[in-house]
Ligand binder design. Structure first.
Ligand code: NAP
Length: 251
């Protein structure tokens, strides 16, 4: 039996990058997957096609996680398609590094609306669908939560807030059979990290030079840990912040 056989999972921001890899790895592990996206319909459709071509089950559902009505619709469509929910991955997120002199209210609001409020409201809706059987939540945080870097004050603040959500809810869910954990990736090569200018930069070279495992991450590095956390192999793990960074953010 596959690790996520018969499980239903929602992965937010799964049209590309880390989210797309989590969706594909979940499907390979036997889960039925809801591939959420904000605007990249083509990317989400491609992820769904790759899953179906390999014999898996997936649907794409548009929805901006910072919009409550969209979130209602995302979980309604999940219920219509699959009748229940077992796993939520809050992966949708944005990251912008800029000097404090340049930070605007709009940048702060965007980070907190998507990275924090979107995750909180998605959890609220997911818990309703989990019902009495319980479920499993994975928040894709960042090494920037534990180890903030210059020009990353807004992003780091949003991910530290997300980790606080993980810890608070792990306790609030006591007795409800709901596990919740954060994954804290190091720098991972994705469309987003290319657009942000990290990949190929001096910043990336400096981080890699201090990374014990000596390379930038791949989306699969994160996705495999997500499969583990979502599975019964991690049955006694909740409220944890797990660094997946080649040792860069190790203790
Ligand atoms: P990415 O390549 O930029 O992809 C972001 C995904 O999130 C896309 O599918 C995008 O959908 C979706 N998204 C963005 N805003 C959304 C919204 N409001 N509602 C729904 N979906 C939304 O990002 P990534 O690099 O894979 O990062 C994924 C997560 O990992 C983020 O939470 C990020 O903070 C975290 N992380 C990344 C790294 C890294 O180095 N890459 C390191 C640490 C942590 P559309 O394409 O439709 O816009």
């Amino acid at each position: 039996m596959k690790k996520l056989e018969n499980k239903v999972a929602v992965v937010t921001g799964a049209s590309k990058g880390i989210g797309a890899s989590i969706a594909k790895n979940f499907a390979a592990a036997g889960a039925k997957v809801v591939v959420n996206y904000a605007s990249s319909k083509e990317g989400a459709d491609q992820v769904v096609k790759e899953i179906i071509d390999k014999g898996g089950i997936a649907i794409a559902v548009q929805g901006d996680v910072s919009n409550e009505a969209d979130l209602f619709r995302l979980f309604e469509e999940t219920k219509s398609a699959f009748g229940t929910l077992d796993i939520l991955v809050n992966n949708a997120g944005i990251y912008k590094y800029e000097a404090i002199e340049l930070v605007s209210p709009a940048t702060i609001q965007q980070h907190f609306n998507i990275n924090v409020m979107g995750s909180l409201l998605a959890i609220r809706e997911a818990v309703k669908l989990f019902g009495d059987k319980g479920g499993n939540i994975i928040n894709i945080s960042s090494g920037a939560s534990n180890t903030p870097l210059p020009t990353g004050s807004v992003y780091s603040a949003s991910k530290a807030a997300l980790d606080a959500v993980t810890i608070a809810l792990s306790k609030e869910f006591s007795g409800k059979n709901i596990r919740i954990n954060s994954i804290l990736p190091g720098v991972v090569e994705t469309e987003g990290s290319h657009t942000a200018g990290f990949i190929g930069s001096d910043f990336e070279a400096k981080l890699v030079s201090t990374t014990p495992l000596g390379r930038t991450g791949k989306p699969e590095d994160i996705a495999k840990v997500a499969v583990f956390l979502a599975s019964d192999d991690a049955a006694w793990i909740t409220g944890e912040k797990i660094s997946v960074s080649g040792g860069l953010y190790g203790v």
